[in-house]
Design a binder for this molecule. Structure first.
Ligand SMILES: [Zn+2]
Length: 435
């Protein structure tokens, strides 16, 4: 089995399969760990020799910050705030355990599926939902998205020989971008459509720049796309009456935010520590211990963490090939959440600022682009705004009647369990069919 095939079992509805997916991975990583760890130590020393000793960067991470064009202080603020908010996800994992019928999650279970709704949307419905949501937010955004359809720049059908996944390709500032999706009707795919159209809108708003500056820089690359998803999701949540659908939307959002924000932030926090430790001649075992300690901090008592996770770090490709790259994921996602928080607080007056941020494309540093909109990325308060949005989502889930402490009527719970079982059974047959 390839790693990708193995990883897909982390999302299995069978707890045993989820555990085995991780155990098989760590068996291999544990066997190769001493060699991989030694390669990492060498990589870290090289990085230090070049960037700190020769180029005189103040710290190993400062070299990455320069290539991302963001100040050290902003990255420090982001990582500090992530540490302070680790409790939000601990609360989430404790709640998720109840939803999937476990007393306490194991680390293996954090991506376990919660009983999924079977709601689907046909293509026209999906397009209208997205365009309606964009138009309701800002007519200019809606009309730019419509341009992608009017110019026939979207490929949505499933057909033999077509590549999977989804992307947007903005090739020249004066041309309407191309969007590719593989649309099959799930709510998740409607969100993907909004996401890719968000990328297209970002480039179209920056079309007055030249070929070299209209593409946004890495830390801002996912701003319009993630924001577009938020706009859609917000509209869906406000209109959706079916609680199982609402719950699915919320769980998906928080699962994704965990993986993009907290997990990646903690990778970066570990990398900083690992770079220090290696320069103090730490062994691979010392690094394993440091990694496990950081996971313990990260999860607290919210789940059971087994010892084999000490090998997880040797399997993270980014820490070898692009040290400290991972914080860009957290940066982008959190930035959007913080912007969204600002939108909620300011309403209409936020919109021109937002359009200005997108219209800048890659013509300025992220800090200057955001400064013009009144945002200070060196300020912890700004990043906290992003976590406040997540905290609200977790609270919203906690307040839904099923699976929370407040939900007393057992009959209702049983009914939900039945539905869950049914959908699991259906999934199993669907998988078999595929095989
Ligand atoms: Zn994207």
């Amino acid at each position: 089995m390839t790693a990708a095939e193995l990883y897909s079992f982390r999302y299995s509805s069978d707890p045993k399969v989820r555990a085995e997916s991780y155990q098989s991975q760590f068996k291999v990583l544990g066997e190769d760990g001493p060699i991989l760890g030694q390669m990492y130590q060498t990589r870290v020393r090289d990085w230090h020799n070049e960037n700190v000793n020769l180029r005189k960067f103040k710290s190993p991470i400062a070299a990455r910050n320069l290539s991302n064009d963001v100040p050290d202080e902003a990255v420090e603020a982001l990582l500090n705030v992530a540490k302070k908010n680790v409790g939000i996800f601990q609360r989430y994992f404790k709640m998720k355990a109840k939803y999937i019928g476990m007393k306490k999650l194991r680390r293996y279970d954090i991506y376990a599926p919660v009983a999924a709704s079977k709601k689907t949307y046909n293509w026209d419905e999906a397009v209208n939902m997205v365009l309606d949501a964009f138009n309701a937010f800002e007519p200019k955004i809606g009309s730019l998205a419509k341009r992608v359809f009017d110019h026939h720049r979207i490929d949505s059908e499933i057909r033999k020989g077509k590549r999977g996944g989804a992307f947007c390709w903005s090739y020249l500032p004066e041309e309407t971008p191309y969007v590719l999706v593989n649309y099959q009707g799930t709510g998740r795919e409607v969100a993907t459509l909004a996401h890719e159209l968000g990328h297209a809108i970002h480039s179209m708003l920056a079309e007055h720049h030249n070929t070299f500056t209209f593409h946004s820089s890495l830390p801002l690359a996912e701003t319009a796309s993630t924001f577009a998803e938020m706009v859609l999701i917000d509209k869906l949540l406000s209109e959706e009456k079916d609680e199982s659908v609402r719950r699915d939307i919320l769980f998906k959002q928080i699962d994704d935010s965990y993986a993009t924000i907290m997990r990646q932030s903690y990778f970066a926090i570990f990398e900083k520590e690992a770079h220090d430790l290696v320069m103090k001649n730490a062994s691979v075992d010392d690094l394993c211990k440091a990694y496990l300690d950081s996971l313990k901090q990260h999860f607290g008592d919210s789940l059971d963490l087994s010892d084999e996770f000490k090998w997880e770090w040797v399997g993270i490709p980014h820490i070898y090939h692009t040290p400290f790259y991972v914080y860009a994921y957290a940066f982008g996602q959190l930035l959007v959440l913080a912007l969204y928080q600002q939108y909620k607080a300011e309403g209409e007056s936020f919109k021109p600022k937002y359009l200005k941020i997108l219209s800048a494309g890659g013509s300025e540093s992220p800090e200057n682009i955001l400064k013009e909109a009144g945002i200070n990325i060196r300020d912890e308060k700004f990043w906290q705004g992003g976590f406040d949005v997540l905290e609200k989502l977790v609270s919203q889930l906690e307040s839904l009647p099923v699976g929370t402490k407040k939900a007393k009527p057992t009959a209702k719970k049983k009914a939900v369990k039945k539905v869950a079982k049914k959908s699991v059974a259906k999934k199993k047959t669907a998988k078999k069919k595929k095989k």
